[in-house]
Every structure is written in structure tokens, then in C-alpha cells.
Design a protein around this ligand. Sequence first.
Ligand code: AMP
Ligand code: ZN
Length: 469
Amino acid sequence: MALKLYNTLTRQKAEFVPIDPKNVRMYVCGPTVYDYAHIGNARPVIVFDVLYRLLRHVYEPDHVTYVRNITDVDDKINARAARDYPDLPLNEAIRKVTEATEKQFHKDIDALGVLPPTYEPRATEYIRRPEGGEDMVSLIEALVRNGHAYVAEDHVLFDVASMPDYGRLSNRSLDEMEAGARVEVAPYKKGPMDFVLWKPSKRGEPAWPSPCGIATPGRPGWHIECSAMAGALLGPVFDIHGGGIDLTFPHHENEIAQSRCAHNTPVMANVWMHNGFLQVEGEKMSKSLGNFITIRELLDDGWPGEVLRLNMLRTHYRQPIDWTKKGLEESQKILTSWFSQDGLDANDRDPLSKDFIAALEDDLNTPKAIAELHRFAAEKDIESLGAALGFLGFDGATLKQADERAAETAQSVASTVEPLIIARLEARKRKDFAESDRIRDELAKMGINLKDTKNKETGEIETTWEVAR
Ligand code: AMP
Ligand code: ZN
């Protein structure tokens, strides 16, 4: 079966035909590094890791180039740096924030079984490249030269009206966008939807020499970063561009406008892929609702990375996910049952079952691929199961550690709780209720709930216990 992918640009699922099967090229928008990555940010990382693995399987590992960037220049980063390091010069503070966040991001996603991409460029390295080649400044200057951008009050703006099919990706016409625009329109803009390619920096803010003869030093807009990194590392037209559905407009629409108009090409990437959004326990994740979950918190709570990854892949990537504790518990149970198969070796990469690959080749149908894993497990097809788990990034190591930790904890809790339960039953027998209540309260403080039942045959009271959740 051939690989089929859903393309946001054509709104159709179609056979994937690479421009050059010897170099299949994919770009995915990476994180803006100012805070811990949340579990929603993990979704594109995991989904496109599965696609990367699939492309490597179909076209050979050496024939796939995957770029996932790090956005390390952004107003949110500046604000965080000023807040966290008020006594440092801003540039130094920014470096501290971005370096620490980037390190943390790598630690977190390593735990999710994600392969490193071929290139992981930082935006600041592509503003002006001393070594030459495409960068943000060269793209901006090309756009001004081609009549697609203009300079106004030390800004450079993209002239949206200069591009007849602006809005194709998000399927909106310029008229509709302008009618719906609620943005405050800066007086120097020619059109309300014109967007910033370059803006002046205030004193103390990060700043680079400006393009187009602008005297005030400045910094790039967000969208131009990805156009420059994709162009520099993958060329003017490449195969697949991905990210979360929220990036479709304006970010991806504007990336397309910049890259196509600078390079004079009919497309930037042939296939545009977008993962659906993740919400938590039925609600949009937000700091104000208090349901904002970082990858780090989930790992610190003892959820193995494999469980987080499986939980993510049990839903098709284009569907919304409702992330729940119940779902995580189910995912953990499933994985534990698979890894308890005798003779399973998750590092055994071959042979991969045809049906398993066919499911993934159908627009990354991971729920169906997971159904195949269930079948392998039921049929004790250990080779297929092990190979497929390795393919999906599971090696079972952290799951095993977590299971061992849980067993140890259960044992140590039991060795503390059980003598107390016996002491309480004895106190009740001698009608020392003050003592039996005291023991019950002591256990409650430890987070242990007791349940008394009468044994129907002997008439004796029996006590069971559980850890309160
Ligand atoms: P950001 O750092 O906000 O630019 O986001 C990095 C990536 O995470 C982008 O591809 C976003 O589309 C994606 N993303 C952010 N929030 C969510 C969410 N709740 N569900 C799924 N993807 C998300
Ligand atoms: Zn991007």
C-alpha cells in the first residue's frame, strides 16, 4: 500500500509522492522556549516523530531530512527574562531563559521516545548568517525587491494585497479576513492584514542590524523565522510542513506568503499537516483554569514516558484529544499487558507486520495500528509486537522501572499499614474505641482509607485498605 496523507492545502487525503525519494524533506514548527512544554506541545512532537519513523521506514533512514526548529527570539521570551532576572542585562537574562528551557524541552521529549530530528536550528542563528546563504534578512530584502513588502516607520511589512491567492491554506479570502479583523491597525500599515517581517527594537531589547537600509536596529517577526530556517535547510520547495492546527492561520498562511513570494514558487511545501488540539478532562487547557499540565509534571508524577506516548497515539492525530487521568491509567494497563509477554524484545526492529504499516500508511492511523498491536499480543506474535513497539518508540524500560517502583511502594506501605490495622482491630475487640479511632485517623493522615466489612460466615469484622486518590 502507498503512503497517503491528508493535506490541509487541498483538504483531501492523497497519495504522498516525494519530490526526491532520495531526500524526503519535512519541516515542523518547534517550541518557543520560555516555559516548560505542556502536554499539548508534546502532541505535534510525538505525531511527527511517528511520521518521521514511517518515512524512514518507507524511504530508508538516510533519505529523510527532518527539521524541527527552536524559536529563541520572541516577545514572550523577553517578558519572561525581564520577570525572572530583573537584575541582569536583558540579553543575558534571555540567554539564561532560552538555554534552560531548551535543555528542559529535550529532557522531556527524550522521555517520550522521540528521535532527534536531522536539524534543530535556532531562530537567532538564521537572522543574519555570517557564512552566507538564505537567512531572514535576505528573504526580507528579496520580498521588498519583488514588490511584496514595504518599509514603514522602521518596520518592514508584508503587503498581503500583492499576493492574489493569500488565504488558500486557511480557505479564507482577504475580504473576509479584513471584515473579521479585530486587530488594532497600526497607522503605517497599507492594509489591515499586512503583517510584520521586521520591527525596531527598543533600547536594551535584543537587536540586530536592520535590512533595507533601516538605521534603527531591530528584530524579526515570528513568521519569517520558519520561512528562513525551512528555506535554508530544505530549499524553496519541500515535501511536508507540519504543526498544530492553531498554526494554520496566521502563522502557516504567512510562512507560505513569504516563502512563495520571495522564491517565486507556486507552493512552499506540497503537503501541509496539522494535528488536532488537546484538552484536559473536557476543558481547554489554561493557566487560569488550573488544568495546565506540563510534560515534566506528568513524568514527575510517575507516569512513564511510554504511557504518555501511547495515550497520545490512541487518538488519530487529526481528532481532538481529551487528556484524562482515566485514559492514562488505561494506557498504562495496556502497555503493562503487552510488556508482560514472555520473550518480548522491543528493540527487535524487524520484521514489521504489513497490516501494522498499512494502518500507519493510511494517514497515520495510529488507533488502527494499536488495534494491530492488541492482535499481535492476543496471538502471542511476539516478533511483530516487539518490532512494532520499537517502531513507535516504546522500549518498556521506564514502564518497567515505574512498575517496580510502584510494587516497592505498595510493599513498604503495606508493611506500615497492616500492623496498624491489626492493632486497631484488637483495640475494637477490647472496646477501646478511643484507640481504634486514633489509629483510623493516623492512617487517614497517611492517605490510607479503611473499609470494614462483616465476614458472613464467621461474623468477624474484617478491614481492607486503599490509598486515597
Ligand atoms: P507554541 O510553543 O505555542 O508555538 O506551540 C508549539 C507547538 O505545539 C505548535 O505546533 C502548536 O500548534 C502545538 N500546540 C500548542 N498547544 C496545543 C494543544 N493544546 N494541543 C495540541 N497542540 C498544541
Ligand atoms: Zn513555524
